[in-house]
Design a protein around this ligand. Structure first.
Ligand code: DON
Length: 580
């Protein structure tokens, strides 16, 4: 461990022996469910609801719910539709996580995170000087892990769905074949990121650029014939079309011809895995979230456990004290992330210790509401080189009360930017989520070590955190977000805003956000906080920086009478929460 930081076990013991503080009783105002007093109003429906980043994908999900499909069926339809309508992150060539909580209270997690190919090796992303080479891990054919989305949706469908997979893929086929009208979000992202990643690959250029050499613009029609054909193959032959059949051949050939590593055996060996969610409690609510290879669940529960030792409600939303306590808790959690987290099939992740109330008390004891602990005193590290991002989250609740939260991604915008051969499928650049070199930050400024080093068939550590909160045994909040390293703190704020600050789901979504990830030692805040608050935070020793918006939550809250309240994030354009 680095200077000034005690080991997990030692802190735990210290906390048990020395902690004197009492758990603060919450003094949160009650949430009002959609009355005149609300400053922002959620979408309100009775039977079923979908919240996603894209209106056409939301509609595909709502149609499945109306036809009698359950939340898992609808989520799969949304996921396939997003692969067509939101290629910035929606995908067949990426991976992610699905968290399910059934109406009967069974919570389970489906891990369809990408996996390193068999030929991957520890130092594959280092240059001749031994430095991490971001180009290799982000935009080359080496950047892709073996995709998991098709396997994940097939597993979810088999275990928890009710409708045939082909019916759930049908809307996506239609959208790819008939074409979509390019919306503002896609047009803007193609303009900005297309020239960084898509334009240099002829297969990708053929999909997203017109004959005049310009990317598709808002209002123009984008038809994706090759993608439609791949979707049809999966609909008729099942996931084997992707992992063993024609699409597998296309991906393997693309790799072989361009120095990539993914071969047919890698694809044939890929498996989605059902895992037990990470769970915890927060002021009487139950919290379920994603286990490793995501770090999200562990650190959301760890931070909530720390925060339980402070009366945030009394401090108040946006107060310097509440922000200080949350930022300090976040620093500790992100420091732990860099040390302990990795693929649980390869490293032993001490999740019980990290999510224990006793450990959280020991960390809470180190938090001074008046004085920030410099990150260097927690553990040394380096600053992020640059940033960029794109992932997507969607939430679904059906009329029985089954709830599904899915976060999936290609990693950065349009992934590696490489469409595999004639498949029409964009490939991820998730290998960048491995720690290319201990202590060297990845694109999100996250540092890692041995636990997250590249190894064949290992899954890179993620921050994606589909999360479900239950109250009195019933699902209450379904949420999640993109945002790289900021996913954890964005989801955390959805929970804290709702529970501690009594916000309805729209208010909790719209409230300005902030984030501390330990390294860099910077309290990142969105615009919208009072300058007085920021000055007070500086005086406490926080290094405050106002930076662009964080996250794009897509959330559903279930009221006491079963009414569904949903909110898409105003930080995104073209997203939609709808239901019936
Ligand atoms: O798995 C992860 O943590 C990242 N690949 C997620 C990337 C992301 O959220 C980009 N988003 N905005």
């Amino acid at each position: 461990m680095g200077q000034g930081r005690v080991t997990l076990a030692a802190s735990l013991i210290a906390g048990l022996i020395f902690w004197q503080g009492a758990t603060a009783a919450p003094t949160a105002p009650p949430i009002s469910y959609g009355v005149d007093a609300d400053t922002f109003h959620p979408v309100k429906e009775q039977h079923g609801m979908v919240a996603s980043v894209d209106a056409l994908a939301t509609q595909a999900g709502v149609d499945v719910l109306k036809r009698g499909g359950n939340a898992v069926d609808a989520a799969i339809a949304v996921g396939y539709a997003l692969a067509v309508t939101h290629p910035q992150a929606g995908n067949l060539g990426g991976g992610g996580f699905m968290l399910i909580r059934t109406a009967s209270g069974h919570a389970t997690a489906i891990d369809f995170r990408e996996m390193a190919p068999i030929k991957a090796s520890r130092d594959m992303f280092l240059d001749a000087q031994g430095n991490a080479d971001g180009k290799k891990s982000l935009t080359s054919h080496l950047a892709s892990g073996v995709p998991g989305t098709v396997a994940g949706f097939a597993l979810a469908n088999k275990e928890y769905g009710t409708l045939p997979l082909a019916q759930l893929i049908a809307p996506a086929i239609r959208l790819a074949e008939k074409g979509i009208v390019v919306n503002e979000a896609l047009a803007d992202d193609l303009k900005v990121y297309g020239k960084e990643v898509l334009i240099t690959h002829p297969n990708s250029k053929a999909v997203f650029y017109k004959a005049d050499g310009q990317p598709y613009a808002r209002g123009e029609k984008l038809v994706q014939h090759n993608l439609a054909r791949s979707l049809r193959l999966i609909a008729t032959q099942g996931p084997d079309a992707f992992y063993k059949g024609e699409i597998a051949s296309e991906i393997a050939a693309e790799m072989a011809a361009n120095g990539g590593l993914i071969g047919k055996a890698d694809l044939a060996n890929y498996k989605a895995v059902e895992r037990k969610p990470i769970s915890g409690t927060y002021r009487g609510y139950e919290v379920f979230s994603m286990p490793p290879p995501s770090s999200g669940g562990i650190h959301i529960v760890e931070i909530l456990n720390i925060l339980e030792n402070f009366d945030l409600a009394k401090m108040g939303f946006g107060s310097a004290d509440a922000m200080q306590v949350m930022a300090e808790a976040e620093k500790h959690a992100y420091a732990d992330r860099s040390e302990y987290l990795g693929d649980p099939d390869f490293v032993k992740v001490p999740w019980q210790a990290l999510t224990s109330k006793a450990y959280a008390k020991s960390l809470a004891q180190q938090i001074d509401v008046n004085k920030a602990l410099p990150s260097t005193e927690i553990k040394p590290g380096k600053l992020a080189p640059y940033e960029s991002n794109q992932t997507t989250h969607f939430s679904v609740v059906d009329k029985q009360g089954n709830a599904v939260a899915v976060t999936y991604t290609l990693n950065t915008y349009f992934g590696s930017g490489i469409v595999a051969g004639k498949s029409g499928i964009l490939l991820n650049n998730e290998m960048d989520d491995f720690s290319a070199k201990p202590g060297t930050p990845n694109i999100y400024g996250l540092v890692g070590g041995e636990a997250n080093a590249v190894q064949p068939y290992k899954r890179p550590l993620s921050s994606m955190s589909p999360t479900i909160v239950a109250k009195d045994g019933k699902t209450w909040l379904v949420t999640g977000s993109p945002g790289g390293s900021r996913i954890i703190t964005t989801v955390l704020q959805m929970v804290v805003n709702s529970i501690d600050f009594g916000m309805n789901v729209a208010e909790a979504t719209n409230a300005p956000r902030f984030h501390h990830q330990w390294l860099p030692d910077q309290l990142r805040v969105e615009k919208g906080f009072s300058p007085d608050t920021l000055k007070l935070l500086e005086a406490k020793g926080q290094h405050v920086k106002v930076l662009p918006a964080m996250g794009s939550t897509q959330s559903i809250m279930i009221g006491p009478d079963g009414t569904l309240y949903g909110a898409s994030d105003p930080r995104s354009v073209d997203d939609l929460t709808a239901g019936y």
